[in-house]
Design a protein around this ligand. Structure first.
Ligand code: FES
Ligand code: FES
Length: 228
């Protein structure tokens, strides 16, 4: 639609006296009734939108199941709750950090269906049926994941607030590009910020983790250098 069409619609919307004025607002009001009458099927409210059945949640809390680090978790959430807040406040999974809460810092990065995602921008109800991985899934007992070990070995953290998000972004990067180029590294971790300026260490960590992952499993320990 051209800007002149939009101006025309706004003018028609503003015309409340003319009987014959057909505005976009009036059109939507008319068709909206047909689109939004909820059908109740098996206790669920369903609406038709773009030809598909869409389940309506809320306004009260609703019970959903999330698959977090391989385990199904039942949780009761308001439809407006973000995945990040639900994990942190209701599921005791606090690795992902809430810093900006507006998709700018990356501290809340987690992996959903293999892709790095800001948990503060995803609604919990949207994450149903998807595979959610947080930093808690990486270490196996005392054995750190090679990316975690590389952060440790390269002193790639100071206050640590950004670190879980960076670790998950680096894991997703190396899962996709085992030998990342400079450009792929920039793309892979460019959405994460470190206010302490540990970027040099993080670059070293990516190089070490890339080499370690290609080499295969090595014995990694919390608090010690890797032997791999
Ligand atoms: S807390 Fe989600 S991007 Fe900053
Ligand atoms: S280590 Fe402090 S923000 Fe990155």
């Amino acid at each position: 639609m051209s800007s002149s069409d939009e101006r025309h619609d706004h003018a028609a919307d503003a015309n409340t006296s003319g009987e014959s004025a057909v505005s976009r607002r009036k059109f939507l009001k008319g068709t909206g009734v047909a689109l939004t009458i909820p059908l109740v099927a098996g206790g669920e409210k369903i609406v038709k939108a773009a030809g598909a059945d869409v389940k309506i949640y809320g306004p009260n809390k609703t019970e959903i199941t999330l698959t977090v680090n391989g385990s199904p978790k039942k949780v009761s959430v308001e439809p407006r709750a973000t995945l990040l807040d639900t994990l942190r406040n209701d599921l005791d999974t606090t690795g992902a950090k809430r810093v900006c809460d507006r998709a700018t810092c990356g501290a809340c990065t987690m992996i959903i269906d293999g892709k790095p995602v800001y948990g503060c921008t995803v609604l919990a109800i949207e994450a149903q049926g998807r595979k959610i991985e947080t930093v808690e899934s990486l270490a196996k007992g005392d054995a750190l994941h090679p990316v975690q070990q590389a952060f440790w070995d390269n002193d790639a953290q100071q206050c640590g607030f950004c670190t879980p998000g960076f670790v998950m972004a680096c894991k997703a990067l190396l899962d996709k590009h085992p030998s990342p180029t400079e450009e792929q590294i920039e793309m892979g971790v460019g959405g994460n910020l470190c206010r302490c300026g540990t970027y040099h260490g993080i670059k070293g960590a990516i190089a070490q983790a890339s080499a370690a992952l290609k080499k295969g499993p090595a014995k990694m320990t919390r608090g010690g250098k890797s032997n791999g």
